[in-house]
Design a protein around this ligand. Structure first.
Ligand code: MTE
Ligand code: MOS
Length: 818
């Protein structure tokens, strides 16, 4: 066992405790950034002027009428920016644009004594636009050759040889939707300026250090003049990894120019129309299977819909490529990636960060091809799992594939899958208009930032003279329970009760140069740093204790709030030891640091070992579909998930349940609709509120929902043997989509393969049922797209002949579909 992962007896990590703010959350006492507004004197409110075009040139902008509106204090425009007029790290995101790039883009901001004054002022600003042609869908962008950023290729082996070797070859295209984060707390910043021009921004941000960088470069200040604090977030889900920066910069600019605090909080409509979302993707693929259903080769081109600027699109695409294999060994593979530039919000990080999109492609392929191969989808998936000694297409050995098998076997066992499938078959035989299905899907998800440099973290731990402990670390709390885990780590390392330790809000002047709390790595990285800081203090205290207890320092043990010598019964209370140490002039605080060892990644050759380890899981979901309407219910979900030795089992349970439900929302309910017409609202997001954008709610929760943590799952390479949990469970929701596909197919003859749109809304399921019944074409068909790798119709026809005779008709569906 490594010293990083080894857990002492009576550890506080591993205890089932509630989220550190749970009671504050449910009583409404928890402070979020905007709660500070009413506690702050003299605040000005910021309101945007949003453009009513998807693409246009700003030909005139006259703020003067706004200044006549009572209560309007100032209008912020590009002319006011003392530093760089850019909100991104790629320098492709003008903060005050002269060219509108998406419907709702803010061209300037109005500051008012009240939000209402600012709103009326914004309405009074006069702007003239010269509309320009707009690309709204990813297919339009592909046809127009509108791309941005790098175009990586991931290759292993010889894909043509693999396809040639294959007994069965299929191909298709698949375009699937993005997702709105819909965090409960919308984007919010509150900026102050002090007498020396130093800026303090309170911000709902997952990446305070980068918010600090952007604010500094917009204002033309060095980083030491800007401090960013994040109390907590009411959800981030990746949407606050890069998107808060520009809003923070507007607030900071306003504060600098007026000398007053400025608050910028988007309302829901502004947030949903201005901030980036999960990337939708277009995928074109060709796959080869051996006679017994083993993957031989995959040739694919993934095109993500990046929106108007790059933002995080490149790393999201990289993670998509790195996860297209999911849990499966694919000997010969070539995957091309590119990022479409469209006139939409700039798409960004969202839980899974491209991983879900890559994995959806292979899961869709397996789900569609299983009937053609004459295989049960459960068998097809299981048969293709990685085994020990194999590596991913980008060259990373797949460590512990037996844990994947363990989650899979256990979910089948706990979910009573074999018996239930028998019952489902009987049910379906007796019910012509209602069909059920049960699908099982695996997850393998790589943990660490692909970019090696981001895998570092810091902490600052203070022990006060009375023995109480205050922990600062570089991670942010967004509801995921990171602070809870960090309290448990500090208490474990120092050997004190949880009540001895408190956590301070995240601030860039306490811990500098932090990475985003993202990639699920918050606990791994900051946990390593907190542990390191606590160990430094503990080692100094051990010397003090050794003197008193008459043992060598190496034999001093900390636990349960007391210190004792190995094999001795005499103890010293923690607080007494701390007090003695103070009087002996021993330093009682420490800066901790952690970097993940053993990572390397070459983003050019697309090769390396970017991940410290993989998180594994498996889910079994049963659904029931109504053949008249496509309406469905989720009857039962069973999950077995690998979190290593859990740092905090209740927190992890919440992450797994929440992740699954959020994934099910993406795949089945949440339907972003953009106006694709040529009318005046082209490019406008039509689903701007919870009334039209359907989120999962209590009524969609499965009737039965059981989650188990994989046992005996100690992870050597991570803090106290744990594994990251934030994102991987989202992808367990593939099981609900595959169950819907199978239930729809059950309306057709045995061996039917159906094409299912994503999201699989009741409407989409209805069309899949119709397809299964042999009625008409599936919906949402996109024409073959130019510029994607050629997939020849002749070849498809030839491939169809290699299928079982009964699937020929359905095989044609694959060709004509997406
Ligand atoms: N859970 C809650 N409740 N709220 C969130 O915003 N974000 C998710 C996940 N779980 C999120 C969440 C995302 S996108 C990530 S990357 C991780 O939490 C980040 O936190 P961690 O690294 O501490 O797991
Ligand atoms: Mo999470 S998408 O890495 O913030």
């Amino acid at each position: 066992m490594s010293s990083l992962s080894e857990r002492p007896a009576n550890a506080v990590v591993g205890q089932e405790i509630p989220h550190e703010s749970a009671s504050l959350h449910v009583t409404g006492l928890a402070l979020y950034t905007d709660d500070l507004t009413c506690r702050t004197h003299g605040v000005l409110h910021a309101h945007p002027v949003q453009a009513p075009h998807a693409h246009a040139r700003v030909t005139r902008l006259d703020p003067t009428p706004a200044l006549e509106v009572p209560g309007v204090v100032r209008v912020l425009t590009a002319a006011d920016v003392p530093g760089v007029n850019d909100a991104g790290i790629k320098h492709d995101e003008p903060l005050f644009p002269s060219e509108v790039m998406f419907f709702g883009h803010s061209v300037c901001w109005v500051l008012g004594e009240t939000l209402e004054a600012a709103r009326l002022g914004a309405a009074a600003v006069e702007v003239d636009y010269e509309p320009l042609p707009a690309l709204v869908t990813v297919s339009e962008a592909i046809v127009a050759g509108s791309f941005q950023g790098g175009q990586p290729t991931m290759v292993r082996g010889d894909v043509e040889a693999g396809i040639a070797r294959a007994a069965h070859v299929f191909s298709g295209t698949f375009e699937f939707a993005g997702q709105e984060h819909f965090y409960l707390e919308t984007h919010c910043s509150l900026a102050h300026v002090d007498e020396a021009g130093q800026i303090f921004v309170q911000c709902s941000t997952q990446h305070p250090s980068e918010t600090q960088d952007i604010v500094a470069h917009v204002l033309g200040l060095p980083s030491h003049a800007v401090t960013v604090q994040c109390l907590r977030m009411g959800g981030g889900f990746g949407g606050k990894e890069m998107q808060p920066h520009g809003y923070a910069a507007i607030a900071a600019l306003g504060a600098t120019l007026t000398g007053r605090p400025v608050r910028l909080r988007l309302n829901r409509t502004q947030d949903i129309t201005m901030s980036g979302k999960r990337h939708g993707f277009h995928a074109q693929w060709r796959v080869g299977f051996s006679d017994d259903g083993r993957l031989e080769a995959l040739d694919a081109t993934l095109t993500s819909d990046g929106g108007w600027s790059l933002d995080l699109s490149e790393p999201v695409l990289a993670r998509a490529l790195c996860h297209i294999d999911n849990a499966y060994w694919i000997p010969d593979i070539r995957v091309n990636g590119r990022i479409a530039r469209t006139n939409k919000t700039s798409q960004t990080a969202f839980r899974g960060f491209g991983g879900p999109q890559g994995m959806l492609v292979i899961e869709d392929i397996l789900g569609r091809c299983a009937p053609f191969l004459g295989l049960d989808p459960i068998d097809l998936r299981r048969r293709n799992f990685y085994v020990a000694g194999q590596a991913t297409p980008y060259g990373q050995p797949v460590r512990h594939p037996e844990r994947l098998v363990a989650t899979w076997d256990e979910v089948i066992e706990r979910g009573d899958v074999t018996n239930r499938r028998r019952e489902i078959a009987a049910f379906n035989a007796a019910h012509p208009h209602t069909k059920r299905a049960l699908a099982v899907t695996p997850v393998k998800f790589g943990i660490s930032f692909n970019l090696t440099a981001f895998n570092q973290a810091g902490a600052l731990v203070h022990v006060y003279k009375d023995g109480s402990v205050l922990v600062n670390h570089g991670g942010t709390e967004m509801g995921q329970g990171l602070h809870t885990k960090m309290l448990q780590v500090a208490a474990t390392t120092l050997g004190v009760p949880l009540s001895t330790v408190r956590l301070a809000p995240t601030r860039t002047d306490k811990v500098p140069n932090t990475s985003a709390t993202a990639a699920s790595s918050g606990a791994d990285l900051n946990g390593g740093a907190v542990k390191n800081a606590c160990e430094q203090i503990r080692e100094r205290l051990a010397v003090v204790a050794a003197g008193q207890l008459g043992v060598p320092p190496a034999d001093v043990r900390f636990g349960d709030g007391v210190v004792r010598g190995l094999g001795r019964s005499e103890t010293v209370a923690w607080a007494d030891l701390v007090n003695q140490a103070y009087f002996q002039r021993v330093q009682l605080f420490a800066a901790g640091y952690y970097r993940t060892e053993g990572l390397h990644w070459d983003s050019t050759s697309f090769h390396g070992e970017p991940f410290k380890y993989f998180a594994y899981g498996a889910a079994a979901t049963e659904v029931e579909v109504d053949g008249f309407t496509g309406a469905y219910r989720t009857r039962r979900v069973d999950i077995v998930h690998d979190v290593g030795d859990s740092l905090s089992p209740l927190v992890d349970l919440g992450q797994i349940e929440g992740g699954y439900v959020q994934g099910a929302g993406w795949l089945t309910l949440e339907d972003l609709r953009w106006d694709e017409s040529d009318g005046p609202s082209r490019g406008r997001l039509a689903t701007q509120a919870a009334s039209t954008y359907k989120l999962p709610s209590l009524s969609e929760m499965p009737r039965e929902f059981t989650v188990s943590l994989l046992e005996r799952a100690h992870e050597e390479g991570a803090v106290y043997g744990s594994k990251a949990v934030g994102e991987p469970p989202l992808m367990l929701a593939f099981s609900v989509r595959e169950a819907l596909r199978q239930a729809a197919a059950a309306f057709g003859p045995p061996g039917t393969s159906v094409d299912l749109a994503s999201p699989a809304t009741p409407e989409a399921v209805f069309w899949a049922v119709e397809e299964a019944r042999g009625h008409g074409e599936p919906p949402h068909m996109t024409p073959a797209v130019e510029g994607a790798p050629g997939i020849e119709p002749d070849q498809l026809a030839a491939d169809a002949h290699r299928l079982h005779p009964r699937s020929e008709q359905a095989a044609a569906g694959v060709r004509s579909g997406r």
